[in-house]
Design a protein around this ligand. Structure first.
Ligand code: B3K
Ligand code: ZN
Length: 865
């Protein structure tokens, strides 16, 4: 399709850079379309790299879209050979030994729509360098294993001039910064603009005062306190839990409106998508507050897991991302509710990572080759990377984990490390051999566990045996899947619901393996994979009666929720496949959970949510059936209506009882009450024509309930007036208007989804070059399962049209959004042909970016077969 296939980078080809960088001095003369960057960089031969031939190594520097104005080595002008990707100074033009490279380049931040390197967002200069953006700022060995201290001087008339590290002087039109901690270039950052600070302070355990600031545009100050509070709690938690202290005099966070992802952990100067900083009760939902808390923590935690210890190469990305996600998940559990957070994380894992692992984009947590590294910031690297660490912790225990982490920080501080280094600290700290465990990093795919049970009564008590069998289906490029170590947490209940064997961690290492429990008075009911102790699919045929029993009695909250979930999934599968009636066992079970006031409202809310349409499509596909999106949608609605009819009094009562009068508080308990309230509303709306939602919309005093009510009105087609009122009220507030763009295509009746999306794309507020706005609309459409997969192909066509439009402007976001097509193989021949045609159209487009070429090509795969 494409004539010149882009080159892959391979883990096996790693070689150290021939030079070390002893120091970097940068001067920026800012100007929107003609910024000058002067670089003075010290190089010394790298003893870790084999000597080259007699002439020594050439100096190879990465650089893209840079106009080179001058270049010198030790003060003498040189003429490097330039190509698309960088430049080379021949070894004969280098002195041998150490030398200083100086270069002046010109770049165009205002014309940088890809939002990588130095760019402008609403008049603010800002940077995004991970993974390979620094090479768009100046010529440099842009790889994470080259670490150096940086000094930066910024010249500009703008009032606020920020970079990494500590401030080192400022005057009219300039500011200087020094970052003493050696860092890779991907952690470089610069911000300049007309910003105001919301300030705070923190004193570390050893007494270092740290000046904290969140920089935003004038008028946004009152939406910063929650982010500031989250930051302080993160700093304290990392000291208490991991013994990690902050290491600079200042910590700055900047919020910008145009950002390709959530946020970035640049040393001492985190840059955030404004949606992950700005929050007030009127403008942000409870979900927004929770996400802000966790991303502020995540980026802060990177200071140790990512910055002080970084990655040797990008194949090791999970070393920092998996670990930092794991740490932010633990933080949220400590700040909020552990079981609720676990359920939320598993929902995300299944929706994003399992889906990836079961399709054409499957790759190991540590991939071994890539074309465009930005395409590997995936759910597998992040979320499965975190699950793998959770399993390690379960296997070595809390003390072993803490010892291993202490050793990791002591041994690798200041280094660029690998997964081998990471596993070695666990082996050294705990004496455990992790050879087999390493397969979790190198082998793609989600293992499927099947279970059989045997019971033999005996005089001294009976013996109960669980036999597990593991199998991982082949993934692209990996046919053979040897068995993995799987920690399986199991507890046993007796028929009265009492726990007779508390949670035990079974360690499965073979393809088939049995575990025996002896001395039991009666045949137990097993609770398997408690707390979701491993990221696997548990294939176990269980009678509805047993699931209902576990939903009512399991002492493990995760498995209690899981039992309800499975009950709902099975009931829906029967409704879809055999037009069965809604299951009374399910509805009664949910009714009991709803009525149980001893249970956390947030937990009850999670139990009341039925599996998503996308989940059901995957479950049907797994069971060897071809999912019909329209039928899934209709049957899911039918089940919700049946639940609402049968439980109406209890749902109405809970809807009223869970109101949170008084001033809004974003704490977990209040958020849980609102979550339960909205879960009840969603069900009730199925049978009340939307009147409760309309009343709530008119009176809601916070965004959680306002957006929740609006969502329900959209779903029943009663939202015209509410949508107009919402737009009027929030006109000009970008983050709230993003919600307006998402909710409509996401929740409208599926047959209208593509039309709604088309109408919104023509709306004057559809500023499609802004990634948040683009994601709001396109992400909204793809979240409408039956709408995106409409048999007409209108959803697919609209989506592909916009990917093609965005690609030349912002390839990274276009490539990321293309993952909406990754599950094509589940569907019927007609839908498959429609998706294939869109992928072919994308791939045949001249000038397509490397990013989207790689993604569309991998997704399409061998789809003709
Ligand atoms: N490390 C960044 C992600 C960078 C993505 C580059 N395409 C944010 C994070 O994971 O914390
Ligand atoms: Zn991260």
């Amino acid at each position: 399709m494409k004539d010149a296939a882009p080159q892959a980078t391979r883990l096996a080809d790693y070689a150290p850079y021939p030079f070390t960088v002893t120091g970097v001095e940068l001067t920026f003369r800012l100007s929107p379309s003609a910024t000058r960057v002067l670089a003075r960089i010290g190089f010394a031969p790298n003893p870790a790299r084999q000597p080259a031939g007699p002439g020594g190594h050439d100096l190879r520097l990465d650089g893209e879209k840079l106009a080179l104005l001058s270049a010198r080595v030790d003060g003498r002008p040189v003429r490097p050979v330039q190509d698309e990707a960088g430049l080379t100074v021949a070894a004969r033009d280098l002195p041998g030994g150490s030398f200083t490279w100086e270069a002046e380049v010109e770049i165009d931040p205002a014309g940088n729509t890809a939002l990588e390197g130095l760019y402008m967002s609403g008049g603010i200069y800002c940077t995004q360098c991970e993974a390979e953006g620094f090479r768009k700022i100046t010529f440099y060995p842009d790889r994470p294993d080259v670490m150096a201290p940086f000094r930066v001087r910024i010249e500009s008339d703008l009032p606020v001039l920020l970079s990494n590290g500590n401030p080192n002087g400022a005057g009219p039109g300039w500011a200087e910064w020094t970052d003493p901690w050696p860092k890779p270039a991907y952690l470089f950052a610069l911000v300049a603009g007309d910003l105001v600070a919301v300030r705070g302070s923190f004193t570390t355990t050893s007494g270092r005062p740290v000046a904290l600031a969140i920089w935003v545009r004038k008028g946004d100050e009152d939406r910063c306190p929650y982010a500031m509070d989250s930051l302080k709690r993160s700093m304290k938690w990392d000291e208490d839990t991991y013994g990690r202290e902050y290491d600079l005099d200042v910590f700055n966070i900047v919020a910008v409106d145009d950002f390709n992802m959530g946020a970035m952990e640049n040393k001492g100067l985190n840059i955030f998508n404004s949606k992950l900083v700005l929050a007030s009760p009127e403008t942000a939902t409870d979900a927004d507050f929770e996400r802000i808390e966790s991303v502020i923590a995540h980026e802060y935690f990177h200071n140790w897991t990512g910055n002080r210890i970084t990655c040797r190469d990008w194949f090791q990305l999970c070393l920092k991302e998996g670990l930092t996600v794991f740490r932010d998940q633990e933080f949220t559990k400590d700040m909020r509710s552990e079981p609720v957070k676990r359920i939320e994380d598993v929902l995300t894992l299944r929706a994003r990572q399992f889906r990836e692992d079961m399709g054409p984009l499957a790759h190991p947590v540590r991939p071994d080759s890539y074309i465009e590294i930005n395409n590997f910031y995936t759910a597998t690297v992040y979320e499965k990377g975190a699950e793998v660490i959770g399993m390690l912790k379960r296997l070595v225990g809390d003390d072993g984990y803490r010892k291993a982490l202490d050793l990791y920080f002591a041994r690798h501080d200041g280094e660029a490390a690998t997964i081998e280094d990471w596993l070695k600290v666990f082996e050294d700290a705990t004496g455990r051999d992790l050879t087999q465990f390493k397969r979790w990093y190198t082998d793609a795919g989600t293992p499927r566990l099947t279970v059989s049970e045997a019971w033999s009564p005996g005089k001294e008590g009976g013996t109960y045996t669980l036999t597990f069998h593991q199998k991982t289906p082949p993934t692209p490029g990996q046919d053979r899947k040897p068995p993995r170590v799987i920690p399986i947490a199991v507890g046993l209940l007796n028929p009265n619901g009492d726990e007779v064997v508390p949670t035990e961690m079974l360690e499965m290492t073979e393809v088939t393996q049995s575990f025996r429990f002896e001395g039991l008075a009666s045949r137990p009911v097993p609770s398997i994979l408690r707390g979701f102790s491993a990221p696997v699919v548990l294939d176990r045929e269980v009678a509805a009666k047993e699931r209902a029993f576990l939903l009512a009695h399991d002492t493990d909250p995760f498995n209690r929720w899981e039992a309800g979930r499975a009950l709902a999934r099975d009931a829906l599968a029967r409704m879809i496949g055999e037009a069965a009636d809604p299951s009374p066992a399910l509805i009664d079970g949910l009714g009991a959970v709803l009525a149980d006031e001893g249970l956390d409202p947030a937990f009850r809310a999670l139990c009341l949510h039925l599996p998503s349409e996308d989940d059901l499509a995957q479950a049907l596909h797994d069971a060897g059936r071809v999912p019909d999106p329209d039928r899934i949608h209709a049957e899911r609605l039918r089940l919700e209506a049946a639940i609402a009819r049968r439980l109406e009094p209890a749902l109405s009562a809970a809807f009223a009882a869970m109101a949170t009068p008084g001033p809004f508080s974003p704490d977990a308990a209040s958020a849980g009450r609102r979550a339960l309230r909205l879960a009840c509303l969603a069900l009730l709306t199925r049978i009340d024509g939307g009147h409760r939602a309309a009343a709530l919309f008119d009176t809601a005093g916070n965004m959680t309930e306002s957006a929740g009510a609006l969502a329900n009105l959209i779903a029943v087609g009663q939202a015209e007036a509410a949508l107009a009122a919402f737009h009027d009220r929030w006109n000009g507030n970008r983050l709230v208007i993003d919600k307006w763009f998402t909710l409509q295509p996401a929740l409208c009746p599926p047959d209208r989804a593509a039309g709604v999306a088309e109408r919104l794309a023509a709306h004057p507020d559809f500023d499609w070059k802004n990634p948040n706005r683009f994601r709001a609309l396109l992400g909204g459409l793809s979240a409408n399962h039956a709408g995106f997969h409409a048999a007409t192909g209108a959803g697919y066509r609209f989506y592909a049209d916009w990917l093609l439009r965005l690609d030349p402007v912002n390839p990274q976001t276009a490539a990321r959004m293309s993952t909406a097509f990754q599950s094509w193989a589940r569907y019927d021949a007609d839908r498959k042909a429609l998706i294939r045609a869109e992928l072919d159209r994308i791939l045949a487009t001249p000038g397509l970016s490397r990013d989207l070429t790689e993604m569309a090509g991998r997704i399409r795969g061998a789809a003709d077969a």
